[in-house]
Design a protein around this ligand. Structure first.
Ligand SMILES: [Zn+2]
Length: 402
């Protein structure tokens, strides 16, 4: 079992600069930056922290998208969702199957940690058997409007729980622009539920005053641009969020409304930003939104950065540009040449397959967009299971494997 080793001949993104050299891994963690006895010399490799998807609903993973927007508020979308034949078909699958589908959708894009926004009673029994890290420690609400889905024990109690346990308090906010959405941040403030533990999702209708209040409280925001565009044909003033110094992370939302893959969301983010402001989103900003910033808002202190003693969740990418941030902003599924998860090689192309075989008892081989991949997880097996349940071959664009 490949447990104590180094990878060398690499470039990597350390906290604030680009380094060349090696990373040494011991057990689940980055140990130091020396070359160890068991060294693997990589080839043309850029190593970065694995991505963190700051907002998803894994139980909503399916295809195609559902909705007949643009809507004024999310409630009408939710009503459409529950009447839709696609939703009915998804309901034929058991919970574990849908969750695995969602986990693999994230995994092949290099996401090893996801925040699954749902009451604990739904995901508690499933988190530990997931192939990626699903956030376990959080308190929550659904929204801060009268017609929300009533998740959790109320804004004040849930937020208090977050403070006491040093965990994030996660809620949708202003997902829409009806009267109540416009008021939703004030409801949160009244409940004393706005602090640096607070993670706000969407924020479409937030006013300038709201943004100031969020910045002052050091609360966090998560942007799901494709989902916003699909449901409302508009989004929040993301540039202003950043100008206010708010910690902003990227989330996909479920593929019922958001991008198919996390990498697709990264492309959409850049395109949409360009359309909104007629300027480019800085590539470094995008990088922060998918690594350091979500680690910070979700209070995952040993993730999101390559540094000593952090968890070794790493992506080995084709080092295709002089500027590593450009490589990340133009990433494709096939540029991910290997994935190290908790210190173990769990996924690779042909070049690094030996490491996957050395690290795992079972290795599954399949193609991703026509290129061979070796993987510790039986993604194709899951597709077979879904085919058996549905009685036909269902294609999921977020899992382009065969
Ligand atoms: Zn959501």
């Amino acid at each position: 079992m490949l447990k104590n080793y180094s990878i060398s001949n690499i470039r990597y993104i350390a906290s604030d600069k680009i380094e060349s050299g090696s990373i040494s891994i011991k057990g689940n963690f980055i140990e130091n930056f020396n070359i160890s006895k068991h060294d693997y010399k990589l080839e043309n490799a850029l190593v970065i922290p694995a991505f963190i998807n700051a907002h998803d609903h894994l139980f909503g993973t399916y295809f195609p998208k559902i909705g007949h927007g643009p809507y004024e508020r999310w409630l009408e979308w939710d009503n459409d969702l529950k009447k839709d034949d696609v939703y009915k078909e998804r309901s034929k699958l058991d919970k574990e199957t849908v969750y695995l589908l969602g986990a693999y959708r994230n995994f092949i894009s290099g996401v090893l940690t996801v925040s699954d926004h749902i009451p604990h009673k739904v995901n508690d029994d499933i988190i530990d058997i997931m192939p990626i890290r699903v956030l376990k420690d959080y308190s929550l609400a659904h929204e801060a409007v009268s017609y929300d889905l009533n998740w959790g024990d109320g804004l004040d109690i849930e937020h208090q729980r977050a403070l006491e346990n040093n965990i994030p308090f996660i809620t949708h906010i202003a997902e829409g622009y009806d009267e109540e959405s416009l008021q939703s941040l004030n409801n949160l403030i009244e409940a004393k539920a706005l602090s640096d533990n607070t993670v706000l999702i969407h924020g479409i209708a937030l006013s300038d005053q709201d943004l100031e209040n969020i910045a002052k409280a050091k609360a966090n925001l998560v942007w799901c641009p494709n989902s916003n565009y699909f449901m409302f044909e508009r989004t929040s003033n993301i540039k202003k969020w950043m100008e206010n110094g708010i910690n902003v992370s990227l989330g996909t939302d479920s593929p019922a409304t958001g991008s198919q893959t996390f990498i697709d969301e990264m492309y959409f983010t850049q395109d949409y930003y360009k359309r909104l402001y007629n300027e480019y989103l800085p590539e470094r900003t995008l990088y922060n939104m998918v690594t350091e910033n979500p680690a910070k808002c979700l209070r995952l202190y040993t993730l999101g950065k390559i540094k000593d003693k952090n968890i070794a969740d790493l992506l080995i990418l084709k080092d295709k540009n002089k500027d590593p941030y450009k490589t990340i902003s133009t990433l494709t599924l096939n540029d991910i040449e290997a994935i190290i998860q908790n210190g173990l090689f769990v996924y690779s192309n042909e070049k690094y397959s030996e490491m996957v075989y050395q690290s795992n008892e079972n290795v599954y081989v399949f193609n991703v967009k026509g290129e061979k991949r070796y993987c510790a997880y039986d993604i194709k097996g899951l597709m077979g299971k879904i085919r058996n349940i549905l009685g036909y071959i269902k294609e999921f664009p977020f899992l382009p494997i065969d």
